[in-house]
Design a protein around this ligand. Structure first.
Ligand SMILES: [Zn+2]
Length: 392
């Protein structure tokens, strides 16, 4: 790892401390529904205006605004977008000190330091450098801070609906300075079994929906798990599923007539949400064929996210690989199992995306969230180099 200049670490510390100390909790994580990203959007906009960027704020939800800045370059061929979410999860289990950034050595502690304000700081530091010599760039540079990534991704969706033309995008998330080009998607759905109630003193007179669900889950694990294990993507691995919620029955002395199990199915590039639900339905039909009293079904479904798989020969991936080599960092594309804004931007508007940033996702959403400031400085160098390499 390269030695990072002390003054630059101080610079990153001071910018990131400002970002962390401005609360931007997603209201979905607040018991009273307070919170929001507006204060941070105003701060970021002032930063970008100070760098000579054209800026705008766009209200996506009442009182919740994305901020977008554009650095114009001569003879621009398009727009290279750097995107990062501004919202964080809540602080209730951590307490108010979560918003009082604390620096120990080169580590900065605080809510959002890692997920994802460290990336936002790295992007702003990169644009500070790029703004000094815009003539060396082929593409305008955009910086987009969005709301609501931690809940329903409505910030990036709001930006897509604005119809601003984007050539390629770098999405900031803590990837430990590794280049991420593939992520898993997710689909959630509910399995349902229906039985027949009876007094529990005579269980044979009923048809126990919970027992059916036990059989269904057992059968699905035996049928689907080996199939999934054999279906691997080189960067994100194999698909998985898990039952996270189960409901059934009304009283201890009544044979339950319904049971529901909520499934979270992680999909890999090449799979679809409809296809994975169909596999469940087919496996359940196979089981039910031998059991006349059993009629399991999928009772509701909700696509949570698409998978991401950006081809290695895309210009943005190639630019990032060159930028990483130039900074003595490993250039090989990696995959991660969590979702990001990248999949929405790529699937809904066809923008090739990569995910890149400082920090370890393992600290995200925890009460010991932190980031190594030398990584923030390194990310700034990589972001800036990606901008110089893109289209070159
Ligand atoms: Zn994040």
């Amino acid at each position: 790892m390269s030695v990072v200049d002390e003054a630059r670490v101080q610079d990153a510390a001071s910018l990131l401390a400002s970002l962390v100390s401005i609360p931007s909790m997603n209201p979905a994580f607040m018991a009273d529904g307070s919170g929001g990203e507006s204060g941070l959007a105003d701060f970021v906009e002032a930063q970008l205006q100070g760098l000579g960027m054209e800026t705008q704020q766009h209200e996506v939800l009442p009182g919740r605004r994305n901020v977008f800045g554009r650095l114009r370059v001569p003879n621009s061929k398009g727009l290279l977008l750097f995107e990062c979410h501004m919202d964080t999860v809540g602080i209730d289990t951590w307490g108010p000190e979560a918003l009082e950034p604390r620096v120990e050595g080169t580590t900065l502690h605080g809510r959002g330091s890692c997920d994802a304000k460290g990336c936002l700081a790295g992007m702003i530091l990169a644009i500070r450098e790029l703004a000094k010599q815009p003539a060396e760039l082929e593409y305008d540079i955009g910086l987009l801070g969005v709301v609501d990534e931690e809940y329903r991704f409505r910030g990036i969706v709001g930006f897509i609906e604005q119809g601003i033309d984007v050539t390629a995008a770098v999405i900031g998330e803590p990837t430990k300075l590794e280049l991420v080009t593939a992520t898993k998607g997710a689909v959630r759905f509910t399995l349902q079994t229906k039985g027949r109630p009876a007094h529990s003193s005579q269980p044979d007179k009923g048809n126990n929906a919970i027992y059916q669900m036990v059989d269904v889950i057992h059968h699905l694990r035996e049928t689907l798990d080996p199939r999934y294990a054999a279906r691997s993507h080189p960067l994100v691995g194999y698909p998985t599923w898990a039952v996270g919620i189960i409901h059934g029955g009304h009283a201890a002395n009544v044979i339950p007539d319904t049971c529901e199990a909520v499934v979270d199915r992680r999909i890999i590039p090449g799979e679809t949400s409809e296809g994975s639900i169909r596999e469940f339905e087919e496996a359940m039909a196979q089981l039910a064929a031998s059991k006349p009293d059993m009629h399991p079904s999928v009772s509701s479904r909700d696509l949570a996210d698409w998978p991401l798989d950006t081809a290695e020969d895309e210009a943005i991936v190639q630019a990032a690989m060159r930028a990483l080599r130039a900074n003595d960092l490993p250039p090989e594309p990696q995959g991660v199992t969590y979702g990001t804004d990248a999949s929405k931007l790529q699937v809904k508007s066809g923008v090739p995306c990569i995910v890149y940033g400082p920090g370890d996702i393992g600290y995200a959403h925890t009460d010991h969230e932190r980031i190594d400031l030398t990584e923030v400085v390194q990310s700034a160098d990589v972001y800036a180099q990606i901008a110089r390499e893109f289209g070159a």
